[in-house]
Design a protein around this ligand. Sequence first.
Ligand code: DGJ
Length: 703
Amino acid sequence: MPITYSEKTNLFEIRTNNSSYLFGINPKGVVQHAYWGKPVIAEENADLLRSRHHSSFDADVDRETEEYGGWGGCNYAEPALKATFADGVRDLKLKYEGYEIFEANELVVHLADEHYALRVELHYKAIPEFDLVERKVRVLNEEAEPIRIEQVMAAVWTVQRLPEYRLTHVTGRWAGEYQLRTNVLSEGKKVLESRRGFTGPHSNPWFAVDGGKADEQSGQVWFGALGWSGNWKIVLEKTTFGHVRVAGGINDFDGSFLVAPGQVCESPVFTGGFSSAGFGGMSRNLHGYQRKYVLPSGRDRKVLYNSWEATEFAVTVEAQKELARQAAKLGVERFVVDDGWFGQRHSDRAGLGDWQVNPEKFPNGLQELIDEVQSLGMEFGLWVEPESVNPDSELYRRHPEWTYQFPTRTGTQLRNQLLLNLGLPEVKSFVLDFMTELLSSHEISFIKWDMNRTVTEPGISPLMEHSGEAIWLKHAEHLYEIWAELRARFPHVEFETCAGGGARIDLGILRFADQAWISDNTDARDRLTIQEGFSYAYSPAVMMCWVTESPHGFNGRSLPLSYRFHSSMMGGLGIGANISHWTDGEMAEAKRFVELYKEIRPTVLRGDLYRLESFRGSNVAAYQYVGKDRNESVVFVFLQSQFFGSEERRLLLQGLDEDAAYEVSREGRETVRLHGSTLMNVGIALTLKGDYGSELVRLKLLP
Ligand code: DGJ
């Protein structure tokens, strides 16, 4: 029984395979958090529900651990809910009303204000096999007047008492996303957020807190990931009484909105988890959860070719056909034409918004290329950026009022483009209609959906009747609705979420996206750092990686083709180089890697990831994937730079059966038979030399 309630102790317990989450109703009728950690016997812990008065400055210390505290009375912690009633009262007094349990793993706790007909439902769903709890809230206005919501968090998580609290999170920028950071949390707040209208590359709605000593294999970690692709906020707060709480949801910044009488507002889902197997355990649980419960399909990623880095905007049917012929020789399964195929899109200065095939580039239409791609045995995919418009476009000339704008301001152009206000119903219909037309009139199996700028001037046209309320909310809501509708209309089409790289990846969009483009930085070495940070929260099953040119266009670094393939084989493999210019030798080597990738793909995409070593503290980075049935494993090893004569390094593997024997194959070496105990405790010798060495090790369980 994952979820139970005890009348005797007033405690709810959400029990997963390796954790207990306890909260209950304290003597004041307040729903209070009690415990989250390794499994315990709930009824022995009723004393955790108590109220504590400290002084007239801190009269209700227990409210700091309220499960979902509204702003009102003497609650000064980051509020879960802040509301203003029609009569101007801005004080919430939420009291417990009752609960319902559905199918033993879903719980709804009902709260209501003491005076006003404002009801709050706290929703919990246990995911026992991954030690996760999904939370969200619904706020119901049963008043006769609208209620203004100033902040509504999806959940507040309270972390166990620890001597010290260390936060791990990611930060970044365009082409440098998912950089891991750690900070000690002291009294006060640390805010992770986006105010840019989408998830953003600067931070990502995921956090992990531990006592400062957890590592990849051991230690307790509390973590959470929020499923929202608009403005979001996660506030980590340590109070002076030592309570650490993590409130997360849609960002309240510039975001208050009205809930009309009889209406409901529903938060996104905030998934929280506890791991006593360190950060590795945390990531494997999040990955497994995404594969089983979040992603829209269980399909494996196709090996793709994308023409962006080869041609940029200079798309022509002949050059694309040539690239397709080369791609087919390599064993590519999906050929994707990126930006530049439509309107007057010869550079980033024009054409966005005009989603008609450019007749000079494709005199016989797009189908000519699609036919060629299909005759070569590949699927066809296409790039779009539906939320954006160049002022130099037919769409903008027709509908300048569709962009975000304030009447007295000139819209800020970023990459020479403005953003459409997707929250407007007519814009939503436009996007849905042109995408439907595109997908109905061509045999397209894959869409890369891009968005290359942040939101600015989030106003609406004075010519239009729509209210500016909740403008930030509507964009993300309509985006989800469009994706859901397109998936329903075209179930065979797969979608990639891209926002100038990895700026819109979160558990919200991943409910609709099959895969994610995690960065425009395709330098295979930089990419390892980006991929590692990404893997803390997100599964390799969605992580797209391309093999591109050497020296790399961004930083001029030269890397062997094998290194570039090894780095890109750690998720969904893609090729983005100008393969028309590749030599026969490069083509042959690449073909071998694509064949090899197809063999190990199920292990990489559906297996368990163990981060063995990281460039964050070592000259070596190594990542091991253990297949679902545990019969196979692959290890990717990378050397940064050799120091002559330094001690021989051994790499300790993980996730194997100590007593089982494995066949260990390494390129250019004799295959050996070793037991799991040796592989995990003694390890394999590392003999990579020089700079930027890399190696792939394969293990097969022997009968
Ligand atoms: C940004 C994307 O991340 C790139 O891969 C490419 O699609 C360009 N946009 C095209 O404009």
